[in-house]
Structures are given as structure tokens and as C-alpha cells.
Design a binder for this molecule. Structure first.
Ligand SMILES: [Zn+2]
Length: 181
């Protein structure tokens, strides 16, 4: 996981190298292409910043470096960091909404431990979902709980009713085997 401050701590030279800038020591030929003989681009490790002392005069932190070199906007630069240095980028320091996790029906790592086995079978979940309409009721929730299906599961997908619990249970068993369910 990266938040903005942890991104800014990624060493500037590591970032430069990842960008394909041929760094020698703390210097490099400027990526803007104006350097002919001597490198104008300088990296200041202690502040984790960079500055071009040549024609373009550009400077900034490691995020700025990615933006300038790759011609990306801020948000895309953060995505670049996620791609090259791993983890998700939380945009909590920007004006982006914070609670928009990118999930698919298959990504549900939030179950309590006892449901771990069940949770590892997204196919089954997907199948289960298809059997269920979008309505909810206390009875449905009760059913989920009684059958060891995490309530988070229901919440995550917006509470789906199990219309005919018994037959669905049978279908589940039929389709997936007792061990799976
Ligand atoms: Zn330059």
C-alpha cells in the first residue's frame, strides 16, 4: 500500500532508473534532451528531489519527475508508482474519493477466518450471486449467518436475497459438492 507520503519516500534515483534515465552517481543527462555533452540533471538524495541545471530548469520531487518524464498528470503518475513499485495507491491526500476500491466479484479478501475456504472460491460466489435477486430481508440475512456465509459477503454485493434457501442450498451442494459449500 502506498499513500502519498510513502510514494514520496521512494528514492529519487530508484525512480529515475525505473524511468529509464541513465543515472551516473547523482547525475544524468536531462530527459528533456537538451544536454549534449555534460549531464545537467542532478539528484539530491537527502531531499529526495531532482533539478535540471541546464536549459529546461525543471525540478521537483519523485512524483514530479514521473509526471515530467512520462508526460503524465498527477493521478496517472500515482498509478505509475503503483505499477512499478507495487501496492495500491490511495489518493487520500488529493481530491479523489477515498472509498472507491477497484474490485470485481472475484476479489473478496475480507472474510472472517472461518470463511476463508469459502472465500477462496470466487466462482462459487459468482454462481451464488446469479441465483439471488437484489432484495434483502432479515430472513435472508439470518439465512446467510446460519449457513456460515459471511454477512460481509452480502453487504459487499449489496444484499441479495436467497429466494428459496432450501432449494438453493441443494443446488449449491449439487453444483459444488458438500466440501465446497
Ligand atoms: Zn533539463
Amino acid at each position: 500500500m502506498h499513500d502519498l507520503s510513502s510514494i514520496k519516500r521512494i528514492p529519487i534515483i530508484d525512480v529515475a532508473k525505473q524511468l529509464g534515465i541513465p543515472v551516473r552517481g547523482t547525475k544524468a543527462m536531462c530527459f528533456m534532451g537538451h544536454d549534449k555533452a555534460s549531464p545537467s540533471l542532478s539528484f539530491l538524495k537527502s531531499r529526495n528531489t531532482w533539478r535540471c541545471f541546464g536549459a529546461c530548469g525543471k525540478h521537483g520531487d519523485n512524483i514530479a519527475l514521473v509526471m515530467e518524464k512520462e508526460n503524465l498528470d498527477f493521478k496517472s503518475a500515482l498509478a505509475w508508482f503503483a505499477q512499478h513499485f507495487g501496492g495500491d495507491v490511495r489518493l487520500s491526500d488529493s481530491n479523489q474519493p477515498t472509498s472507491q476500491p477497484v474490485t470485481s466479484k472475484a476479489i473478496v479478501p475480507l472474510w472472517p477466518q472461518r470463511d476463508a475456504e469459502f472465500a477462496t472460491d470466487p466462482e462459487l460466489y459468482g454462481w451464488l450471486l446469479e441465483q439471488c435477486p437484489m432484495i434483502s430481508s432479515a430472513k435472508a440475512i439470518q439465512y446467510l449467518v446460519e449457513h456460515g456465509i459471511a454477512l460481509e459477503f452480502a453487504n459487499h454485493f449489496g444484499l441479495r436475497e436467497l429466494p428459496e434457501p432450501k432449494s438453493l442450498r441443494l443446488q449449491l451442494l449439487e453444483q459444488w459438492g458438500a466440501q465446497h459449500v
